[in-house]
Design a protein around this ligand. Sequence first.
Ligand code: SAH
Length: 245
Amino acid sequence: MAYDFTTRRLFIEDGLSDGAEIPLSADQTNYLLNVLRLDAGAEILAFNGRDGEWRARIEKTGKKKAKLVAGEKTREQTPPSDLAYLFAPLKQARLDYMAQKAVEMGAGRLQPVITQFTQVRHVKVERIRSNAVEAAEQCGVLTIAQVAEPLPLAEAVEALEDDRVLVFCDEQHRGDAVAPLTELRGRKLAVLVGPEGGFSEVERSALAGRKSTVTISLGPRILRADTAAVAALAVVQAAAGDWSA
Ligand code: SAH
């Protein structure tokens, strides 16, 4: 079935199957009826990360209560994206933006990393997750990206499988961004973007010492970290990821 770009998509936790009835929480009901101003009988698309995407009708069950009734399946469940995104956490609004954009760009796993010059150390993982859900609803990804607890940079890098190539976005590196990536098609990938303060020399040499690491430049200008996230994921997807398929 063709991809439906016009109907609202809602992530739910419950199972989805033909005729399944899904009670909505007060927040979900408020969102559908008051924020989106949908009426009883209106249809949305529902997904839960397991059962694909379903057309579902809103039915009122009380004054401020509603449920969804699942109708036909509109898309089969897609496998989660294997692309990992490692990033130094930023302050609230930029972090929200970065999490949403990383999901839109196809990251399947978001790993906050604490680096030497990271200023934000208290990370609200739940908030990153809500942004990942919102972005998935928005862009039609059917699996919610995993959001991991923050780790010190060295531990996060150590935890990567040996054969996962780490694309290290280094603000001090100069050279062609795309050329080193075109050889990585089909490989497991992780992308690393640093904090507003950049990377330290100690971190640079530790990263350079890891076997499967490719250092790239994102051009001659210093990008803010949230811009770098989108730029890095775009070149990686275009040269070696699902834009190049
Ligand atoms: N304060 C640093 C900039 C950090 S920018 C300085 O002035 O040098 C935040 C992060 O975005 C960087 O750590 C890097 O991962 C990424 N980034 C920004 N601009 C980049 C560029 N031109 N090339 C590669 N990575 C870049």
